[in-house]
Design a protein around this ligand. Structure first.
Ligand SMILES: Cc1cc2nc3c(=O)[nH]c(=O)nc-3n(C[C@H](O)[C@H](O)[C@H](O)COP(=O)(O)OP(=O)(O)OC[C@H]3O[C@@H](n4cnc5c(N)ncnc54)[C@H](O)[C@@H]3O)c2cc1C
Length: 474
């Protein structure tokens, strides 16, 4: 990791940052001082959505300030795949084993409810962000993995605990024809959405600034927070533009959290992912991708494809090219650097290779970028009051899947902040709570999961070399 673990300057541009936004480097003033009711660190989806809900439910008009180290929404939310994809069935078996049927079912329902919740937000706030409800199509490429996943799905369905009404299964007899993916062994589909994530978040931020006088500061890294409150109940926040005091603080700092809160080291680990933007010379007249897709090559290796209204596609994944090399992706915040030549090359000819009808499309990779996710040691986000830090809250660690969590997670957190309710009084699954137990545990499911592959040589990893390790855990 970079010496500090703080966001690095000048991240690689992503497809979502290509178009400048009036709020990119917006600052309410050039220097910072004064007192605020609530300071939120990080202006990604988590930070802006928390500010939105706080102001929506407050009967008073709290003074809220958003502090962002780089351009607004230039972290994972400005660099992701733009996919809102609830985990409706795939990991449920694993979660049931770890957390029991009741919590696993609550988690599945929580994720499934996000798509329409985001739709409602986009519509009610009039956010121009290419939002589109679709079907997510999980395409299984490996016959063993396809069989195993189907068996697990049937068990879930027959248990009666889980709502699988929206999940549709197609077997090998028609999977290739229906998905359009060459060599497809089976598929599952369910409701999902795609959007321009940065436009949604910056659109929301614009409303907060205009309608609620929220103060926002880009290019303003927070260096540290005082260790205790002063006699008037304020924490002091030290930034590059001066110091401010706040009664309450929200860490919406994703993979960078441990730089400010060292107790989250190894609990929220910065992990790099890679995405690409594929275009064709024919633009909107290229073959059409009617859904979003995940091509699952095995337990750990998968790519995801998100179509855009202009006919281009965002494709992320390429894990086969880097998972074995820990230094490339684990515990690093370097989103100013490419992942590797192999990852860049991975996306060349991707559509021609995998999709029927794309052979003559001349599709090429226009851009490849990296981004920093916050992976947690137990795969669950940390939400709630920071243990032993009254008045400080956290919403971070979505393990690469935040678009299907953050809106409703931040809504619940806002009730804790504004109404003073306890975590148990929110609707959130119990395992999201940031507890002392989670912070003091020396176990890391995340490290256990991947330690087996970090020692493999590149030559050993043909196809899905990780699958057997992960499969054993399912
Ligand atoms: C390549 C990639 C692809 C992804 N694809 C998907 C996808 O398709 N679907 C999905 O659901 N999820 C996806 N994710 C994950 C998703 O983007 C995240 O879960 C989500 O955006 C997290 O939002 P956030 O607001 O918590 O974090 P971020 O968007 O990372 O925001 C955190 C912000 O905090 C700021 N910050 C940190 N420390 C400080 C500090 N000390 N001072 C001031 N500011 C600070 C950062 O600069 C950053 O802007 C992907 C992630 C990546 C990287």
């Amino acid at each position: 990791m970079s010496a500090s673990g703080f966001p690095v300057a000048k991240p690689l541009p992503s497809v979502w940052t290509e178009e400048p936004h009036v709020l990119d480097d917006y600052r309410s003033a050039e220097t910072l001082s004064g007192e605020f009711d609530i300071a939120i660190i990080g202006s990604g989806f988590s930070g802006v959505s928390t500010a939105y809900h706080i102001l929506k439910i407050s009967s008073t008009a709290p003074a809220v300030v958003l502090l962002e180290a780089r351009s607004h929404c230039s972290g994972a939310t400005g660099r992701n795949g733009g996919h809102i994809k609830p985990d409706t069935y795939y990991s449920t078996t694993k979660y049931e084993r770890i957390y029991g049927s009741e919590q696993a079912s609550k988690l599945q329902k929580f994720e499934s409810s996000q798509v329409l919740a985001v739709k409602e937000l986009v519509e009610s706030e009039g956010l121009d962000c290419d939002f589109h409800v679709t079907r997510a199509v999980d395409v299984y490429m490996d016959p063993d993995h396809a069989r195993q996943t189907y068996a697990a799905y049937v068990k879930l369905r027959d248990s009666g605990f889980f709502d699988l009404k929206d999940v549709a299964y197609t077997d090998s007899s028609s999977a290739e024809r229906i998905s359009g993916v060459k060599g497809a062994q089976s598929l599952f589909s369910f409701t999902a959405a795609y959007l321009w994530p940065r436009k949604m978040v910056l659109g929301l931020l614009q409303r907060l600034i205009q309608q609620h006088d929220v103060k926002a500061y880009a290019q303003t890294p927070v260096a540290k927070v005082s260790k205790s409150r002063d006699s008037a109940g304020f924490w002091t926040i030290f930034t590059s533009r001066g110091n401010l005091r706040a009664r309450k603080i929200v860490y919406a700092t994703n993979g960078y959290t441990a730089a400010l809160l060292p107790q989250y080291s190894r609990k929220i680990v910065p992990v790099r992912g890679v995405c690409s933007h594929i275009t064709t010379p024919r633009g909107q007249n290229s073959p059409h991708l009617p859904n979003t897709y995940s091509l699952r090559f095995g337990g750990a290796n998968y790519d995801y494809l998100v179509p855009r209204p202009d006919g281009s596609i965002v494709v992320g994944g390429a894990r086969q090219t880097f998972l074995h090399d820990r230094d490339l992706w684990f515990n690093t915040v370097r989103d100013d650097q490419r992942m590797s030549m192999a990852a860049d090359k991975y996306f060349q000819n991707y559509m021609q290779q995998h999709f029927r009808g794309w052979e003559d499309s001349k599709a090429t990779t226009k851009r490849v970028w990296t981004g920093v996710m916050g992976y947690t040691s137990d795969y669950m986000p940390h939400i709630g009051e920071v243990p032993d830090m009254p008045g400080q809250y956290i919403i971070a660690g979505f393990t690469g899947r935040g678009m299907a969590y953050i809106l409703l997670a931040s809504k619940a957190l806002s009730r804790m902040i504004v109404e003073g309710i306890d975590y148990e009084q929110t609707e959130l699954p119990a395992m999201f709570e940031s507890t002392k137990e989670r912070l003091s545990s020396s176990e890391s499911e995340l490290e256990n999961e991947f330690s087996g592959v970090w020692n493999l040589k590149e030559k050993d990893h043909a196809g899905d070399f990780v699958a057997p390790i992960l499969r054993a855990r399912l």
